[in-house]
Ligand binder design. Structure first.
Ligand SMILES: NC(=O)C1=CN([C@@H]2O[C@H](COP(=O)(O)OP(=O)(O)OC[C@H]3O[C@@H](n4cnc5c(N)ncnc54)[C@H](OP(=O)(O)O)[C@@H]3O)[C@@H](O)[C@H]2O)[C@@H](O)CC1
Ligand SMILES: Nc1ncnc2c1ncn2[C@@H]1O[C@H](COP(=O)(O)OP(=O)(O)O)[C@@H](O)[C@H]1O
Ligand SMILES: [K+]
Length: 460
């Protein structure tokens, strides 16, 4: 059972292909299900501390895992019962069912237990759960003191994280072989509780990965403020947003941060204020230029964004500036560009579309040629070459004004440090999430920007 940082994230099709690859190499489905079930049983056994376990088994292979879990717990002497929704209907699940020699209760009539294991549906769910199934899951879940989902909480779409029915949240989800998008995308991610990954002998490599602690360059004797990475932030109509962004860039490790367009001095004193003129914009020492936080959307600001695009700098485009560019314009400009839209900005720039957040972020990166950080209560980063990163669940107190400005500054700092755009975006999101974790509750964006120093220090 391991933590999820850095783990591969596979869609249902990719997961089935990974399983098929293992079978091609001589593994077989029954053996794999035994490994999956025994690994789950070991985790359930440890966490349940001898309390009675009720395992709910569905008709497919998720249910098959459930029978193996129940048989394994029974063999270890743990009190365990099984309740099922229909008979197994895959060869592997039928085989697993033969290992369970005790009665099987009907799901709707099952008596609760202190520990509930949900092995009704995993990646194979194909339509919304029946109300009677939802009612049974809720009734049994509410009566349990510990609820554990096998692979996924039953009733979420594996690829999109959408609700299929109205499933109840669980305390722990044991992801089998690889993470699935639903472990990280809302609303499903909030239903998963803590997510842990179990190895089942599948080679789970993928273009999508969970963001983990980044490797960032450390200053050495040869370091000076400019080669540590110089960030410039364009100040627009709302000065506070650009100042938050610039402050965040400093606390995330940039050696030199300039606020372009500010003449009035004030705290923080380490922030360099410069006039916003052609000379300042053309400064070749700038390693990342941020435009957008608090910018405004009038014609003057549009002209300013065009000047930023005309520069040769690596760009972080955030906030209002995302309303003033088009995907085609970005693609034509080329160079290193990171976009940091929330849902509204994303729609303004790329339009409405169906598909999961993962699919939409990938399509946006492809259309713009930029690295797209599609943020919100879940965050997906997509690079134009198809590589994708998903953020682990973040502190919901981040839903506070200015936290996006802080994120743009953190990302710019990592870009200026020399990371490629995907790595810089992932590192910035990680630092932002870690700073929020350290801030706890009811923090404001100023606290968050300052806490980036501790988040950064945790990596050294
Ligand atoms: N070797 C392996 O293969 C391994 C597989 N592993 C495990 O297998 C899981 C995937 O198994 P799976 O593909 O059988 O899909 P699963 O999630 O059990 O559901 C499919 C069944 O549910 C039914 N059904 C669907 N929606 C429904 C609804 N709303 N209401 C009612 N019924 C509904 C559906 O019916 P159908 O849509 O076909 O009519 C079908 O009968 C995976 O998550 C992991 O746990 C691991 O052990 C590793 C080794
Ligand atoms: N409920 C939430 N849980 C976790 N993170 C969140 C939540 N809501 C917002 N965030 C994060 O907070 C930041 C908000 O950015 P944004 O919407 O641009 O705010 P602002 O415009 O006020 O700066 C993003 O990084 C987003 O991922
Ligand atoms: K399940």
């Amino acid at each position: 059972m391991r933590k999820i940082a850095g783990a591969a994230v596979l869609t249902a099709v990719e997961m089935r292909a990974a399983e098929a690859g293992a079978f091609d190499r001589g593994d077989d489905a029954v053996a794999m299900m035994q490994r999956a079930g025994h690994a789950c049983a070991a985790a359930v056994g440890r966490l349940s501390a001898g309390a009675e376990v009720l395992v709910l088994c569905g008709p497919g292979n998720n249910g098959g895992d459930g029978y193996v879990i129940a048989a394994s717990l029974a063999a270890a002497g743990q009190p365990v019962r099984v309740a099922a929704l229909g008979a197994p209907n895959t060869d592997t699940a039928v085989q697993a069912r033969t290992g369970w020699h005790r009665p099987v209760e009907a799901l709707g009539e099952a008596f609760p237990a202190p520990v509930l294991v949900d092995a009704l549906f995993g990646i194979g769910i194909s339509c919304p759960l029946d109300d009677t199934v939802v009612a049974a899951l809720s009734r049994l879940g509410e009566a349990a003191r510990l609820t554990i989902a096998v692979d996924l909480p039953s009733g979420v779409d594996s690829d999109s994280g959408a609700r299929l029915g109205c499933p109840a949240p669980v305390d722990l989800t044991l992801a089998l072989g690889a993470l699935k998008p639903a472990h990280l995308l809302q609303p499903a991610a909030a239903l998963c509780g803590t997510v842990r990954l179990l190895d089942i002998g599948v080679d789970a490599s993928a273009t999508a990965q969970v963001i983990g602690p980044p490797t960032l360059p450390e200053p050495g004797p040869q370091s000076h403020k400019f080669n540590r990475g110089m960030v410039a932030v364009v100040r627009g109509r709302m000065a506070g947003a650009a100042e938050l962004c610039a402050t965040a860039a400093m606390h995330a490790g940039a050696g030199y941060v300039a606020l372009l367009g500010a003449s009035m001095p004030g705290a923080p004193h380490a922030l360099v204020r410069r006039r916003l003129d052609d000379e300042a914009l053309a400064d070749r020492r700038i390693a990342a230029l941020v435009v957008g936080p608090g910018l405004g959307r009038d014609d003057d600001m549009r002209a300013l964004v065009e000047r930023a695009l005309a520069s040769e700098h690596a760009l972080v485009i955030d906030g209002d500036a995302l309303h003033l560019v088009t995907p085609e314009q970005l693609r034509t400009r080329g160079g290193q560009i990171i976009l940091t839209p929330h849902a509204g900005e994303f729609e303004a720039l790329f339009g409405r579309s169906d598909g999961s957040k993962l699919d939409r972020a990938r399509a946006a990166a492809n259309a713009s040629g930029a690295t797209v950080v599609f943020k919100g209560p879940d965050t997906v980063i997509a690079a134009p070459d198809g590589r994708t990163r998903l953020a682990p669940a973040a502190n919901n107190w981040l839903s506070t004004a200015g936290s996006g400005d802080v994120l743009a500054g953190a990302i710019a700092s990592c870009l200026a440090a020399g990371l490629d755009p995907l790595a810089a975006a992932a590192a910035g999101v990680w630092l932002h999430g870690e700073a929020a974790r350290r801030c706890g509750a009811a923090f404001i964006a100023d606290d968050l920007a300052r806490a980036l120093t501790q988040a950064r220090a945790a990596l050294t």
